[in-house]
Write a protein of this length. Structure first.
Length: 201
């Protein structure tokens, strides 16, 4: 489910839940050992929020697997380790890379969870790296709200690399039927199933 303490901590933070390092270790070990975790405390202490945040942090991989389209998965730890040995250092550090098989086609999707806006200079650097990225066929950005979704779409529009932008809540609810804004010149909106299969309208 999670490959490192750091990955779990970052994914919990991406859901808006910030937890102390000891709790991150406890949750990580419970997940790694596939053991239940008993949370106790008074009402309002965060038990339910922690459970919801852990579930949300694991949702992307689980959603693809439940839809029967996940062929392979590389976590950010595997990607970062591989990038350390690359000579040009131009590979994108995605949050994950998913191998997807859908409608008889296979593709590799870089997955990013964008929880807050970045400076314009940072987006220029991301554009540069994505223009040279040969490790993925497309990129899927999940965002927490419309403001970030539209900012990303503006910053990353009209690139050669296929990029889709979706709201994370919609993704969790309807996966393949999720409306996906694309980085095409006219910013088409397609279903995620069409984006994954390359059948953009």
């Amino acid at each position: 489910m999670f490959d490192s303490f750091e990955e779990l901590d970052r994914k919990l933070a991406a859901t808006g839940y910030f937890v102390d390092p000891v709790m991150v270790q406890v949750v990580f070990l419970a997940a790694k050992l596939q053991k239940p975790l008993l949370l106790e405390g008074p009402a309002g202490s965060g038990k339910t929020q922690l459970a919801l945040s852990v579930a949300a942090a694991a949702d992307i991989r689980v959603a693809f697997a439940k839809a029967g389209v996940l062929h392979s998965w590389k976590s950010d730890l595997e990607i970062a380790s591989k990038n350390l040995v690359l000579e040009n250092g131009a590979a994108k550090d995605f949050d994950a890379v998913a191998g997807i098989e859908f409608d008889g086609k296979s593709c590799t999707i870089g997955i990013e969870y964008e929880r807050s806006p970045k400076a314009a200079a940072r987006y220029r650097a991301i554009r540069e790296v994505l223009e040279h990225d040969e490790t993925t066929d497309a990129v899927l950005y999940l965002t927490a709200n419309d403001d970030i979704l539209y900012l990303l779409a503006m910053e990353l529009r009209a690139m050669r690399k296929r990029i889709g932008f979706v709201l994370s809540d919609a993704f969790r609810r309807s996966l393949l039927e999720t409306r996906t804004l694309t980085n095409s010149n006219n910013s088409e909106v397609v279903l995620l199933r069409d984006f994954l299969s390359g059948n953009q309208l």
